[in-house]
Design a protein around this ligand. Structure first.
Ligand code: 1D1
Length: 312
């Protein structure tokens, strides 16, 4: 029966029907594999393209959830923005298509999942690892901002890691593209984590600086193990953000360079925050950069801290 999921040996086959200009129909088959989890409105699975066995991370969004125009516009905006970005530290956007029931988005598979899972396992990361991941994130943010795109929802769960432990920024569901230089956005939907104070104030609009703020929150979270303004309820968290109330716990040893970097970024006034280039020039990125006697020949982009000789 047309439209019913095909299955051979119990595998679910998803078919994409591409109609070509000459009227022919091109059929591309995918095998729907392991369930990866839920992401917003999407159910996520491994998708293996039958013809070349390449495996993607697929988001499957039921069209029935897209009746409200807002959800529809959000999805179209996510696709339009994400597919326009190609960068080593941005999740690869492979393809999207639809059938009678669903919309499918095929993305780069990131086998080591996200920074959420990494931090859950490791509790907190060593400064040298945070240095390494931050340089990768800044490289992606410079590219995004140069293309007038603001992500607006940078959080650990949107920082994916491939098998070489390279960071890939994903989930452009709350991203926006500025129309012209100086353009400012006023509305934001959804409940983005690590939200910048100017978005909460909602007075003067917001721009690229909201991503810089989120980067500061991410750096603090990776070093300490939990976000700086986290409380048990959202309203208290928002109050702490607006009052810039955060501190470094005594029991966790963090260098003065780390504290100074976070403090320079987490400024209430967006104009006071450093640019991405100014962040890269901070002394934090010079810790432990003396040439070690030897480093393991691991293929990881950011080798775990125990691989480094203690830099005393
Ligand atoms: C497809 C949605 C989202 C995502 O955007 N990417 C890029 C991704 C890549 N690999 C993975 C992945 C590979 C192996 C496990 N997860 N997961 C991704 N996710 C997860 C799926 C469930 C919640 C967010």
């Amino acid at each position: 029966i047309d439209g019913a999921p095909l299955s051979t040996e119990g595998q679910i086959i998803i078919e994409e029907k591409q109609s070509k200009p000459n009227g022919e129909v091109n059929i591309i088959q995918y095998i729907r594999g392991n369930f990866l989890g839920k992401g917003g409105f999407a159910k996520c699975y491994e998708f293996t393209r039958v013809k070349d066995k390449i495996i993607f991370a697929g988001k499957l969004i039921a069209k029935s959830t897209l009746t409200k125009t807002r959800a529809r516009q959000k999805l179209l905006s996510e696709i339009k923005i994400h597919r326009s970005l190609v960068h080593r530290h941005i999740v690869g956007f492979e393809h999207f298509f639809e059938d009678c029931e669903n919309v499918y988005i095929l993305l780069e598979l990131c086998k080591s999942q996200s920074m959420n899972e990494l931090l859950r396992r490791r509790k907190r990361l060593h400064e040298l690892e945070v240095q390494c991941y931050t340089v990768q994130m800044i490289s992606a943010l410079k590219y995004m901002h140069a293309h007038k795109v603001i992500h607006r929802d940078l959080k650990l769960g949107n920082l994916f890691l491939n098998d070489k432990m390279e960071v890939k920024i994903g989930d452009f569901g709350l991203a926006t593209k500025l129309e012209f230089d100086g353009d400012r956005k006023r509305t934001i939907c959804g409940t983005p984590n690590y939200i910048a104070p100017e978005i909460l104030e909602g007075k003067t609009g917001h721009s690229y600086e909201v991503d810089i703020w989120s980067l500061g929150v991410i750096i603090y979270t990776l070093l300490i193990g939990k976000p700086p303004f986290e409380t048990q309820d959202v309203k208290t968290t928002y109050t702490k953000i607006k009052k810039n109330q955060y501190s470094f716990p005594e029991q966790i040893k963090v260098s003065k360079q780390s504290k100074s970097l976070v403090a320079s970024i987490l400024q209430l006034d967006p104009a006071q925050r450093p640019s991405l280039d100014e962040i890269l020039n901070h002394e934090f990125f010079r810790i432990g950069q003396s040439i070690p006697k030897h480093l393991p020949s691991s293929t990881l982009a950011c080798p775990p801290s125990e691989n480094y000789i203690r830099q005393f």
